[in-house]
Design a protein around this ligand. Structure first.
Ligand code: HEC
Length: 173
């Protein structure tokens, strides 16, 4: 098999892994795709400033940003500096995409935050310098639920493999 074909096959597979979420329908103009509560959360997500970093396709994933931008993060993980040795990269991390975020805890690069509520509240405190009250946190979490995509069942079903025959190679033992 040509090497480029391997690349094409992996690419075709990975493109199918992009899940389609209610928020995608909403962006395409289907106003009913989000619940009233999710719309309130979306509004907070925008007006509080989360979209400064978590934006565009995938709602994040496009830039590096300082963790602890407005308030120093309690742990001293140097982030991107470890790789680049550039002072300006100290405490910088990739801004993650928030697609399927309800399914992908624990959070942050080190998995140090267990719940999404705590995560949203911490982002408010350290990244935008705003204390979100419990109601606001719950609202934003509700909005983040609209980023949960549907997985094509056909795509994840167990493949049907033909029965073994006399010529079937045996696995390494
Ligand atoms: C200044 C940029 C910036 C802003 C503003 C910001 N974030 Fe983040 N966010 C980050 C970075 C960087 C990380 C990853 C840090 C890490 O991995 O340690 C992150 C991580 C997260 C995560 C965890 C993602 C994961 O997969 O672990 C969530 C959820 C999140 N942010 C939500 C929010 C919300 C909600 C807001 C608004 C209240 C917000 N962020 C504002 C930069 C930002």
């Amino acid at each position: 098999m040509a090497y480029s074909n391997i690349g094409n096959a992996i690419g075709a597979f990975e493109r199918k892994l992009l899940t389609h979420a209610p928020f995608d329908d909403y962006l395409k103009g289907d106003e009913k795709a989000l619940t009233g509560g999710q719309k309130v959360g979306l509004n907070l997500f925008i007006t509080k400033g989360c979209t400064t970093c978590h934006n565009g396709m995938g709602v994040g994933g496009h830039m590096y940003q300082k963790r602890g931008l407005v308030k120093e993060w309690p742990t001293k993980d140097l982030g991107r500096f470890e790789n680049t040795k550039n002072e300006a990269d100290t405490y910088f991390f990739k801004v993650p995409s928030l697609c399927n975020i309800t399914e992908t805890g624990p959070y942050l690069h080190d998995g140090s935050v267990k719940s999404l509520e705590e995560m949203v509240s911490k982002m408010g405190e350290y990244q935008i310098g705003k204390t979100l009250n419990d109601e606001e946190v719950a609202s934003v979490v509700e909005f983040l639920g609209s980023l949960k995509g549907r997985i094509d069942e056909e795509f994840i079903k167990v493949p049907e493999i033909p029965a073994d025959g006399p010529d079937t190679p045996k696995g390494d033992s």
